[in-house]
Every structure is written in C-alpha cells, then in structure tokens.
Design a protein around this ligand. Sequence first.
Ligand code: ADE
Ligand code: ZN
Length: 330
Amino acid sequence: PDLQSFIEGLPKAELHLHIEGTLEPELLFALAQRNQVKLAYATIEELRAAYDFSDLQSFLDLYYAGAAVLQTEQDFYEMTAAYIFHCQSDNVRHAEIFFDPQTHTERGIGIDVVFAGIARALREARDTQGFSSAMIMSFLRHLSEEEAFATLEAALPLREQYQDLWIGIGLDSAERGNPPEKFAKVFDRCRQLGFRLVAHAGEEGPPAYVRDALDVLHVERIDHGVRSEEDPALMARLAKQRTPLTVCPLSNLKLCVVNNMADHNLARLLHAGLTVTINSDDPAYFGGYMNANYLAVATALRLSRVDIIALTRNSFEASFLPEADKQRFL
Ligand code: ADE
Ligand code: ZN
C-alpha cells in the first residue's frame, strides 16, 4: 500500500491530546452563537487565519480565549464526540485525554459540568463502538500550586463517579518560568491518591525540566520532551528506563519548536532507543489529527515502515492500559 494507506491501516493510541484543543472553528462559532458569547473574529475564516503562531504563548492566548464558548455539559459532550469521530477515521483505538478544568472554573463553569460532558461522550463511544479511553486532569502551570490544590479538592468528590475514566494527572500551559518544582507538593498528593502522573516538559523548557519532572514530580511519561536531546546523560536515562515521550510533530512545527519538519528530532530520538510516540496535541489549532501527524513526520524524515510500526506499538506500550488490554491491541 502507499504510505498514507499504510498509516491508516495501523491501530494507534493517542496519549497527548488536549480536548479543548480539538475545538474546530466551525463548532467554536456555533457554540458562541448558542451561548451568546462575543468573539474577536467576525468569520470562521478570520479565526482560522489567526492560527499563525510564533511560540507556545501566542497559541495559548488564542486557545484559552476559544475555550470561553464552552459553557454547558452538552458543549463539552459535542466537542468530545467530534474528537472521537476523528479517532475513528484515523484508526485510533484508545485515547488518554487531557482536560484543563481551571480554564473553565475560572469562568464560573462547574467542574462537574466539565467532567460530565466529556465522560458522557467517552462512555457512549465505549458502549456503542468499543472505543477505549481515559481522562487525565491537568493543572495549568502558569497558575499557583495553591490553585492546583483547590482544583484537586474540587474534583476529588467526583472520583468515584468517574473511576472508569479518570486515571491520571497532568501539567500543561506556559512552560518557561514555571518549573516542575512549583508543583512538587500537589503531585506528591496525587501520587499518594494513586493517580498516574504525566507532565509537559522539554517542549520550550530546558532538559533540566524533564529531569525534574522525573525526579521531583515522579511522572511516568514526558509530554513532548524533545529538548531532552540537548543532554546526553538524560537521553541515556530515558532509553534505559524506557520513559515514554509523547511527541507532537505538527504542534512542534506550528509553535516554532522546529522550523522545518525535516529538522524534527523524532527519528533520532527513536533510533537512540527512546520510547517515542506520535500524538496530535491540539489538532484543531495545528492543522491535523493523528494520521496527519504520522504522515507529515514519516514523509519529512523518510521513516521506514518498521519505524512507523514501532511508533504505533510504542503508543500502546506507553499507554496506561492494563497489560492484558495492551496485548489485545498489539
Ligand atoms: N496546552 C495545550 N497544548 C499545550 C502544549 N503543547 N504545551 C503546553 N500547554 C498546552
Ligand atoms: Zn500538550
């Protein structure tokens, strides 16, 4: 088969996906109208044209502004259902989904509304199509650790109700100047509570943030992690421990972490023995879902089919699925 059909045919897991980053301009405009939210852009085309980023912060500004149209349980449901539809076209069989309650509670939306809408779509897809998924609640690192604790306390009463989905805790938003250490205490608490832990590190931040995410936060996976390559000792450690990196090629390109896809270090990381995975991050903003990310990187880096298969196998190995379920997918 041609490369695209080959990629389409492989079952995949997505491990780095912000559900708020799947809000396409069309749905964003529809929700703005339904909820009577005023937008800074007159048309869908104008909004899409604004998706021209210079760095992480320039993206985050638009991403948080866009999330303001999400108000009701139904809104979160529709956004999540639309993402699942893309998973089906891309042969994504399992997804571990980040959500940022603080983006919504700051605007007066109940945290229960956020959980309920996302979970309803995920459970429906599980029950009707066997789609497998999990939820990873993420703290915004530009806010304080105190605010992260308050979010955790607000969410814990929901834990039993969502125990089939809510398995983990993540850390995202502006990386530079917000090191992992800032969240040491709240991650300790989450670990005691038995959550699986991940954190964004080494996207714009230095390799020291990757090391500290491992040593101070005790995370099991690193989201992005591409700047680990600047530190050979860290690279050796990641390979030895098989610490997965959830790499997002189109995101890295759109946020100018790399200037050309041909310069992306994904193939070097993979060939250095790291457990690299491919993911879409915020596909509505970065121009492509899972297969588009695989195709872009496979083409630009001339990945072999053996490499592509390894990347899809890594996605299941690096997932938080129980071992027996991983085998079912592999
Ligand atoms: N929030 C959504 N996408 C993100 C990214 N790529 N890095 C940090 N925070 C994010
Ligand atoms: Zn991300």
